[in-house]
Ligand binder design. Structure first.
Ligand code: URA
Length: 207
């Protein structure tokens, strides 16, 4: 789908299979989310601007590169499971949080918490939200971040549904979306099929 980049890699596929399986323990689910998120982060950071720096090797002076700082925004609560992966690759990233809860009856997002770093307007911002289902919470998060000054936004998810991708693209036509999988679609409760169930519940043990 336009605007969506699905990362294909055997190791990512294995992590995603762990995430999907009901045989996966909570600890293994957390580990697989961390592993998959790190690979997605690696790919999402691929075109991050770098600045040249001078470096002295033991033998001579040469030039190296340092990536620009970034901001990571976790869409609560399942997005928390993806933050550490970004921080492993970009340890000085600023991290913000947006609480977007899905109302299970209307399937519409409800905003209940916000903590946004000042770097929002001056850095590339990676919004992490593992399940792009209806697209309601991701779209609401992107809308809120644009209103707060963010200019360069990317959305990183584990599993996307076509409905969610379309909804996000309608709200924010130029935002790149990076995912580990594009699944078949949504069921009548708004769950992604085949999906992996409720990512937040499986991550935090509230299922
Ligand atoms: N949120 C989830 O965690 N899983 C889905 O399938 C849809 C929304």
């Amino acid at each position: 789908m336009e605007g969506l980049r699905v990362i294909e890699h055997p190791v990512l596929a294995r992590a995603l299979t762990e995430l999907r399986s009901t045989d996966t323990s909570r600890a293994a689910f957390r580990a697989a989310m961390a592993e998959a998120s790190e690979m997605l982060a690696y790919e999402a950071l691929r075109d991050l601007p770098v600045h040249e720096v001078e470096v002295q090797t033991p033998l001579e002076a040469t030039t190296g590169a340092r990536p620009e700082r970034i901001t990571v925004i976790a869409v609560l609560r399942a997005g928390l499971g993806m933050v550490d992966a970004f921080l492993r690759l970009m340890p000085d990233a600023a991290v913000g949080h947006l609480g977007m809860r899905r109302n299970e009856e209307t399937l519409q997002p409800e905003d209940y918490y916000e903590s946004l770093p000042e770097s929002l307007a001056s850095t590339t911002v990676f919004v992490v939200d593992p399940m792009l289902a209806t697209g309601g919470s991701s779209s609401a998060a992107l809308r809120r971040l644009r209103a707060a000054g963010a200019r360069d936004l990317r959305l990183v998810c584990l599993v996307a549904a076509p409905e969610g991708v379309a909804a996000v693209r309608e709200q924010d036509p130029h935002v790149p979306i990076i995912a580990a999988a594009l699944d078949r679609g949504l069921d009548e409760r708004g769950y992604i099929r085949p999906g992996l169930g409720d990512a937040g519940d499986r991550l935090f043990g509230t299922e």
